[in-house]
Design a protein around this ligand. Sequence first.
Ligand SMILES: Cc1ncc(COP(=O)(O)O)c(C=O)c1O
Length: 466
Amino acid sequence: MNNPFPNQKAMLHSQKQRTLFEEAKSYASEYLDDVLDRNVFPTENALENLNFFDEAIPDIPGDPAEMLRILHEYGSPATVASTGGRYFGMVIGSAFPPVMAAKWLATVWDQISALHVTSPISSKLESVCEKWLIDLLGLPENSVAGFVSGTSMATMCGLAAARYELLNRAGWDVINNGLFGAPPIRVVLGAEAHSTVYKALAMLGLGKERVETVPIDSQGRMIAEAVPNLDNNTLLILQAGNVNSGSFDPFDEICEKANQANAWVHIDGAFGLWAAASNQTKHFTYGIEKADSWSVDGHKTLNTPYDSGVILCKHAHALVSAMQATGAYILYGEHRDGMLYTPEMSARGRAIEIWATLKILGKSGVEELVNVLCTRAQQFAIEISAAGFQVLNDIDFNQVVVACPNPEQTTAILDHLQKSGECWCGAGNWHNTPVIRISVCSWATTAEDITRSVQAFIIAKRECSD
Ligand SMILES: Cc1ncc(COP(=O)(O)O)c(C=O)c1O
């Protein structure tokens, strides 16, 4: 019989020789040598060179070494240096080198975390991380965790569990009957809930516009006294870490009220939930344990490599019911089966990197990481204020919101800054003002990186006013 896959011999040879792995290692080393000092955003030339990839799909097999070389030659310079110390865009964490190394090993394992039978090691590390996260964040002991791509997906899982539970209480089976004819669910959230919360509401058929919006204070925190009367068919969505200001909703007071009404509380804690792991910032998260579900990212504050989000839920039955999937070939067993807690079936072993990060940092390392990010954000705010920029937010956590005297200047300075390659910050609009958003989210950011970045702001300001 003909060999069904003509490249098989070459692939087996490659696996035995490992030359490509060695080459990849050497390209990666070159990349790492450069990443702390290079332009944060790719140069014009690097972007131009991306046109190299515009070709028709090859008709015949190509040379693997050449493929790898091309990827490094044209791909590496066109990356954003978010693993370095001067990237402050969105809320994007870096990745600890030892954890990248663990991820390399796990990439070669190529595990599917769906079931214990598809990957006992993923199953084990998910169980371990579940316990560790509950301990570190001070959440209820019997909570369960699902390992997903990020907070967008984690929030969708939390809201799906809430939808299941609230309707179940009302005698409605949403899994089998959907929402057609279902009793209504009230959704209450803060006026600055993250856009991914609205996305999740839309995907779950709960609607973006039929929500009750609670007023917020100047920092984007929900005003506790303004929360409407709640009841047991209410889904209340709170926030640990406003995407602009980094502020925290007053959880204790609001959760108390929600618990009395038997409402479901979900907390979007994408980057801010980690405040619970530090004595310096813990007070912002008092009361989070009274919620029902929480979404949080590894790939932001914790600096695990992408992609890594976690849904934590106090009600295992509700989450598992919302995520249920059956099939004759799906072999659930007595050990942890990860897909019970996530929408995906095939998914890489994401808990491996969370485990690796927590293993090397320990509780005190996570606390130190959180503290350092906060300290650097404060340094940024102090130095940039001294340079004549206006800081609009209280620096409670890792976010700094900056404005110039007028919106045109803000836009021009940001544009100059982004092109400078010295640092990268994103645009935002906060309380109807165009702003520059700074998110200090990388373990690699040093005090010198902050000063150098502030210098870039000063130069941009000078050149924009010339
Ligand atoms: C508060 C908040 N929620 C949700 C998200 C979305 O998270 P992800 O990109 O991991 O899906 C973000 C992203 O920055 C965020 O800041």
